[in-house]
Write a protein that binds this ligand. Structure first.
Ligand code: FUB
Length: 665
């Protein structure tokens, strides 16, 4: 039998995103069917898009399916398009009707079921595509499943190996599937549909399966059947309100239970009530993952004025001892633990003070996400489930919009909890720890942590005035230095001869507004004066190995909580030279200006406003004496980042590496 393989290009795309609700942040994802294969959870949603010209503008519009996967409900990979209307032989290529799908695995083969509009013009049919892996490539069967006229397929694999398929069309129907998973098992009935006005008469069609009994009256679609223990569950979107002129009740999610896969069913009630803001549809799936049950459903989060563009969400779900399901309230927070060290959209909070509101950051670009506004002193929002176990040497980064001098705090557990970090918005101050975004309104502020919480905890943002928050992150600092333990073995220059072991004195603040003052005479005067007072300084010294060939003095100042901009840095290192070396030169670079001494003799001055470049300045010929040589430098910088590098080179410009470096003390 001929089968159809998707063009390979469509299979390539792979993106990741951190999740709250909605779980996928860069495209619409409706009718989410979640399935667990191995240790990953796969999500097979419909893919709502805005209708192209010529297509009905106020209706659902879907041309293809993507599959997403995750191993933690937080980071999702988009595996790209798996089936498209253009590559299924029986589907009308301009129908844009690739509605709610499902995917199951049997004996290592993956079966993807999807409804679509057939070329023969008859309503909806359901097709199958198969693959060896959950993300494809999927090969489509040339014809839809005979005996099904409808939408929203769902397949249940029973413990005895029998597969059942459920769909909606003429009520909710269910049937056995043959072992091949592509055909209904059982008799098909031939029926003739009544002729619709203005439409040609249709030839009789074959219908299989049976209508599920015991379900309530009212519109039903989107069946999702699953088994838990000895109970079968048939869950479905259901309109419980009155329909008719002037009434427009929306869908709930409801369920029924049975001891048999095809019923009869015992209707139990609601799993989720109607959406508060009139998104007409809801559609869901229920799955157990890593020991917890979850419901995936949808809402029109990214398209609030158009409920045909929907987005998948998730909530934990729980069962009672008798197997009944506890009603679930939709939240913005969703499920999954977020890593503190990665960006967390705290606007998708778990709880808040009653005055907190959310709005799109940019109404023209909804996928940019939301902002939460804490309008007054005392407003707060809480974000549950943040994991600090990857946080080591870190600081707070937070994206906010606020007036100058507004304070906000990030606390642990409650609005009165311990302060993890405190930020004062300094919009106007120069050199403050902030960065503006392109709009000029959003500030990315940083602040040191007062302490680092342990394990998984809840974060609470409290405001000292009107403030809007977009996201926060407890950002790990890249490692720039390793402290040298007392008695550590000597170090050596690196392969290029750069000296990486230094004793750095805690920086001294200096009032330098601009680096143009760094003339030779000014620098000498400054350094001499500072040098003279050096023995009197009570400053702390740090023995450090630099991770980089250039010693990042700015990061050193940042780490040890000192002035980062406008600082003097004093650096010393002691070289233990095995034999006297004549005619070597010191080659150094610094950002900004620096003065260098070897064994208390000035050997090099790098003046002016400099960027750090290796070998930026080279000393006259020098002699490194046998035994200990002290190399010292002073670096001064105003508003820029500071660093320096140094090595010795020989007459041929080759790095000198045959000596060791020992601690200053
Ligand atoms: O997404 C199109 C249709 O909307 C689905 O097939 C229904 O279940 C409803 O969610």
């Amino acid at each position: 039998m001929k089968r159809y393989l998707l063009p390979p290009l469509l299979l390539l795309l792979a993106l990741t995103a951190a999740a709250q609700n909605p779980v996928i942040h860069d495209q619409f994802t409706a009718d989410p069917t979640a399935r667990v294969f191995g240790d990953r959870l796969y999500l097979y949603p419909s893919h709502d898009i805005f209708p192209p010209e010529g297509a009905r503008q106020d209706w659902f519009c879907m041309a293809d399916y993507h599959v997403f996967s995750t191993d933690n409900l937080t980071d999702w990979t988009d595996h790209g398009v798996i089936v498209t209307q253009n590559a299924v032989p029986w589907v009308r290529t301009d129908s844009y009707a690739m509605w709610a799908p499902d995917c199951v695995c049997r004996d290592g083969r993956y079966y993807f079921y999807f409804p679509a509009a057939p070329r023969d013009g008859r309503g909806f049919a359901i097709g199958v595509a198969t693959a060896d892996s959950p993300e494809g490539p999927f090969m489509c069967e040339p014809k839809p499943i005979e005996g099904i006229s409808g939408i929203d397929p769902c397949v249940l694999l029973d413990d005895d190996g029998q597969a059942y398929i459920y769909w909606s069309g003429m009520g909710i129907r269910g049937a056995k599937l043959k072992k091949n998973m592509k055909e209904l098992d059982g008799e098909l009935q031939e029926i003739t549909m009544p002729r619709r006005e203005g439409m040609p008469e249709m030839p009789p069609m074959k219908v299989g399966g049976e209508e599920m009994k015991g379900l309530p009256d009212g519109f039903k679609e989107g069946p999702f059947a699953f088994k838990r223990g000895s109970w079968y569950y048939l869950t479905f979107p259901w309109v419980r309100g009155e329909t008719g002129e002037g009434k427009n009740p929306t869908e709930t999610l409801a369920y029924a239970m049975s001891k048999s896969p095809l019923g009869p069913w015992d209707f139990k009630g609601i799993i989720m009530a109607e959406h508060a803001d009139h998104c007409w549809t809801n559609h869901h799936s229920i799955v157990e993952f890593q020991g917890q049950w979850y419901i995936f459903y949808h809402h029109n989060d990214y398209s609030p004025r158009d409920d045909k563009r929907r987005s998948a969400r998730i909530e934990p779900i729980s069962f009672n001892a008798d197997g009944t399901i506890n009603e679930v309230k939709p939240t913005l927070r969703g499920a999954g633990i977020n890593r503190a060290a990665e960006r967390i959209d705290v606007d998708r909070y778990s709880q808040c003070s009653p005055d907190v509101t959310i709005a799109f950051v940019d109404t023209l670009r909804p996928f940019r996400g939301w902002q939460a506004t804490l309008p007054a002193k005392g407003s707060w929002l809480k974000y549950d489930g943040v994991d600090f176990s990857d946080v080591a040497d870190a600081y707070l980064v937070i994206s906010v919009k606020a007036d100058d001098n507004t304070e906000l705090s990030v606390r642990e557990k409650s609005a009165k909890g311990k302060v993890i970090a405190k930020v004062t918005v300094t919009v106007k101050s120069e050199g403050g720890p902030f960065r503006r975004d392109m709009s000029g309104q959003w500030l990315t502020l940083t602040a040191p942590l007062a302490y680092t919480p342990k394990g998984v905890t809840d974060l609470v943002v409290t405001s000292g005035g009107g403030v809007s928050v977009d996201w926060l992150q407890i950002k790990n600092r890249p490692k720039y230095f390793t402290p040298v333990a007392a008695g550590a073995a000597p170090s050596t220059p690196d392969e290029q001869g750069f000296i990486r072991r230094w004793s750095l004195m805690e920086p001294i603040a200096v009032d330098v507004r601009s680096n143009i003052v760094f003339t030779d005479s000014w620098l000498r005067a400054q350094f001499d004066e500072k040098l003279a007072s050096l023995p009197k300084q009570k400053a702390k010294w740090y023995n450090l190995d630099s991770e980089n060939y250039n010693v990042k003095l700015f990061r050193f100042a940042e780490k040890y909580g000192k002035q980062t901009y406008g600082s003097y840095f004093w650096c010393e290192t002691v070289l233990d030279v095995p034999e006297e070396m004549e005619n070597v030169r010191l080659a150094a670079g610094s950002n900004g200006a620096s003065l260098w001494w070897l064994n208390d003799e000035e050997v090099l001055l790098l003046s002016g406003d400099r960027r750090m470049v290796e070998d930026d300045g080279v000393s006259p010929r020098l002699t490194l004496k046998k035994g200990r040589n002290v190399l010292r430098c002073a670096v001064i910088n105003g508003p820029g980042l500071s660093d320096m590098c140094a090595r010795f080179i020989d007459e041929n410009g080759k790095p000198v590496t045959n000596y060791t470096i020992i601690n200053r003390k």
